[in-house]
Design a protein around this ligand. Structure first.
Ligand SMILES: Cc1ncc(COP(=O)(O)O)c(C=O)c1O
Length: 377
């Protein structure tokens, strides 16, 4: 059997990883500013994480959601504390798409409606409803038909007029406070405030998709925290398990659960919770949210002094660098010549999504390499 060929692959086999570095099978070291797509939050093979997962694996790795699992309660406690949402509750699942699918379902259960508002540039995952809310017709199959309205991102007037016309039909508005796949585009505080105002006025549900921009990456626990608003539901995944598949939705007290309302086999397993707990412990003890804010600000300040880039956007450790078409080869050069992993977005955006424990030395290594590539171009 061969592997179903859906991913364009770099010809690099990663054999070892530690902190901000990975090594290929031939022993070449790389600086990882991509974090395996924003997943590595506390650094590769962090000793506390490895110990906690090893201990858990030796105790019990998995049992289903039919028995008590105090690790879920401990994870919820730590998450409530880290995000200052002690009065919210947590439902655990395994992927970002699954988190969004469940959040949208809870919204529809809550107000008994089915129209969803999503925005241009959005990416919410690949399950049926999540992909229907994703602004990329190429990956939406005919079977993924749902009642979705796409409105222009950051356009308060369009939102206002949509709510005026069919506000009573809207189940939820789903938004990334910083669009990732969309190329690091920030929602303005005014736009988020308008979503809050209108969803509250019409009893629709405000869903903050924090799968990529959340979990400390922006320099706040949720990227949306900078707007001083509260969403009704937050969805999270990537950084939550530092590579172990764990995702969650965090729901405001206005939602009442009932047995059978949501469910999944793997969500909240013992091993997943151990990973989630280890991540939150390290984020706290190593002050990683402050580090994300500080190193992110340093990178943004320095990058903005570079000429030849078209734009530099972002917040914390979610940074987009727009390159002109003729310099789009620089990302590959950084990988194959300077041995630095970065992410990408269309059309020619270098996306930085490093682990939150990146040092100034790592940042300087990248800045020097990019500066050299730009000056050679
Ligand atoms: C904002 C956002 N939401 C949802 C998802 C989907 O997450 P997953 O791939 O874990 O299903 C992604 C993945 O890139 C994302 O960036």
């Amino acid at each position: 059997m061969k592997v179903f060929d859906v991913y364009p692959l770099n010809p690099i086999e990663i054999a070892k990883a530690a902190g901000l570095n990975v090594w290929d099978a031939a022993g070449q070291k790389y600086l990882d500013l991509y974090g395996g797509h924003a997943v590595i939050s506390i650094g590769h093979t962090h000793p506390h994480y490895v110990q906690k997962l090893t201990d858990q694996l030796n105790a019990v790795a998995f049992y289903s959601n039919s028995v008590l699992n105090p690790l879920q309660q401990e994870l919820a406690r730590l998450l409530g504390e880290a995000s200052d949402k002690q009065d919210y509750s947590l439902f655990l699942c395994s992927t970002g798409a699954e988190a969004n699918e469940n959040a949208l379902k809870v919204a529809s259960f809550y107000n008994n409606r089915k129209k969803i508002i999503a925005f241009t540039g959005a990416f919410h995952g690949r399950t049926s409803l999540a992909v229907a809310c994703t602004d990329n017709p190429k990956i939406v199959a005919p079977v993924n038909q749902h009642d979705i309205e796409f409105l222009p991102f950051n356009d308060e007037d369009a939102l206002e007029s949509a709510f005026k016309t069919y506000g009573e039909e809207i189940a939820a508005v789903i938004v990334e406070s910083i669009q990732g796949v969309g190329g690091i585009q920030e929602a303005t505080p005014l736009f988020l405030a308008k979503i809050r105002e209108l969803t509250s006025a019409y009893d629709a549900v405000f869903i903050a998709d924090e799968v990529q921009c959340g979990y400390g990456r922006s320099g706040r626990f949720y990227a949306q925290d900078d707007s001083n608003l509260k969403a009704d539901i937050y969805t999270m995944a990537k950084g939550m398990g530092n590579g172990y598949p764990i995702a969650g939705i965090v729901l405001s007290p206005k939602f009442t659960p009932w047995h059978g309302m949501l469910g999944t086999t793997f969500g909240g397993s013992h091993l997943a919770c151990a990973a989630g707990i280890a991540v939150l412990e390290v984020i706290k003890t190593e002050n990683l949210i402050d580090n994300a804010k500080n190193i992110g600000a340093y990178l943004l300040d320095e990058l903005r002094t570079f000429d030849k880039t078209l734009a530099v956007r972002g917040r914390g450790l979610m940074i987009g660098i727009d390159l002109p078409e003729e310099l789009k080869h620089i990302r590959k050069d950084l990988l194959f010549k300077d041995h630095i992993f970065t992410g990408t977005a269309n059309p020619n955006v270098i996306r930085l999504l490093p682990a939150l424990n990146i040092t100034k030395k790592d940042a300087d290594f990248f800045l020097e390499a990019l500066n050299k590539r730009l000056s050679m171009a």
